[in-house]
Design a protein around this ligand. Structure first.
Ligand code: PLP
Length: 385
């Protein structure tokens, strides 16, 4: 048989699938993969059920049939309204937003639409693993810049040397998975300066935009001048605890969104119609929900971080996301440590070396997910003590 696509053949199983399988086999408490172990809001689930029941009501396009490829207009309007209300950022719902199957599809379509083989892309490591896969599929050259513990700041000189005339894009994930870091204004201003100077695009992955504990999220597109070169990607999975719905989007200048949509229409064409109907309403009514959501996750963060400290872990307090990193003791290795934790303590977490391609810092860190019920977190902490 002739060889398959080279980039794809080399992909390994995602570390999240590996750890979740191990957790199931050994009946360990799963603090690895980033999804809640509790139900999303019932009122939103009911909205989707109603949309399904509506079928072809009033002769309109059935809610159980294909949705428009860009996403249903009420959802794009709700997304645009929220960017304006929360952040003062303007997107035209008619041509500056495309709804995708989660942020993951938006990331893939953005890379496919905007990059040519050989284009250089700067990525901060540790990184969310789909960036690498998408970049490898388009044949981009990845230029990693390492975020350094404990505050996960980057060395300016390392960034300067990663950027050059061939830089086409920089991927910024803010708030950042897995570190829980929120990039400082000074850091974003520096990136903005370089983006202008070297004329590159910014893919800004903001799926944890509502999971900030001590400060409000600032979208990259809200920085002076950056809107024209930023593709803002987000999704409702983390915000509403409905990661299985995969409702995401890319927002940005119309010509860029048109190119991203060109890819989207020939990969998935559209996103589950009734779920879009439900999300459009949910986004319009989310203010009250957000108050409890933030409080709930702040409490979970505090419960986990305090408990891990008491259990002797060198855990770092995250400013955002629902992850916390812990630094291992000298000589310990992340993969061996995680395997031991599953077997001996019945707790599954993520070894972070999988999130690095340049530095070996990941082999001395592990990631805990606290999107879990308080009972799950307490049971895990009991095992770890
Ligand atoms: C940084 C980051 N971006 C994107 C995603 C994927 O989002 P979605 O489930 O909407 O595809 C995740 C999920 O864990 C993530 O952590």
């Amino acid at each position: 048989m002739k060889p398959f696509n080279h980039a794809v053949t080399n992909f390994k199983e995602s570390i999240f699938s590996t750890m979740t399988k191990l957790a199931i086999t050994h009946e360990a408490i799963n603090l690895s993969q980033g999804f809640p172990d509790f139900e999303g809001p019932k009122w939103i689930i009911d909205l989707a059920k109603n949309a399904m029941d509506q079928g072809h009501l009033n002769g309109n396009v059935g809610k159980n049939q294909y949705a428009p490829s860009f996403g249903i207009l009420p959802l794009r309007e709700a997304i645009a309204n929220n960017y304006k209300r929360f952040y003062g950022v303007e997107f035209n719902p008619l041509n500056e937003i495309v709804v995708t199957n989660g942020a993951t599809e938006a990331i893939f379509c953005t890379c496919m639409a905007l990059l040519n083989p050989g284009d250089e892309v700067v990525v901060f490591e540790p990184f969310y693993d789909s960036y690498l896969a998408s970049l490898q599929m388009v044949g981009a050259v990845i230029k990693p810049v390492t975020l350094i513990a404990p505050d996960f700041s980057f060395d300016k000189n390392e960034l300067f040397s990663a950027i050059g005339p061939k830089t086409k894009m920089l991927i910024l994930n803010n708030p950042h998975n897995p570190t829980g870091k929120i990039f400082s204004l000074a850091e974003i201003k520096l990136i903005a300066e370089l983006a202008r100077k070297f004329d590159f695009l910014i893919l800004s992955d903001e799926v944890y935009e509502f999971l900030t504990f001590d400060e409000s999220h600032i979208p990259t597109a809200s920085f002076e001048d950056l809107a024209v070169r930023t593709i803002t990607i987000s999704s409702t999975g983390k915000t509403f605890g409905l990661t299985g719905w995969k409702i995401g989007w890319a927002a940005g200048p119309a010509d860029i969104i048109k190119a991203i949509h060109n890819v989207h229409q020939f990969t998935t064409f559209c996103v589950a119609h009734p779920l879009q109907v439900a999300m459009a309403e949910a986004l319009n009514k989310m203010d009250e929900y957000l108050v409890d959501f933030k409080k709930q996750y702040r409490n979970k963060r505090d419960l986990l971080v305090t408990g891990l400290k008491a259990a002797g872990f060198n855990v770092l307090n995250p400013a955002g996301t629902y992850f916390a990193m812990a630094i291992l003791k000298e000589g310990e290795n992340d993969i061996e440590f995680c395997q031991k934790l599953i077997l001996e303590k019945k707790v599954a977490v993520i070894p972070t070396s999988a999130f690095y391609m340049k530095s070996n810092a990941g082999s001395s860190m592990i990631r805990f997910c606290f999107a879990k019920t308080d009972e799950t977190l307490k049971a895990a902490l009991k095992n770890l003590n």
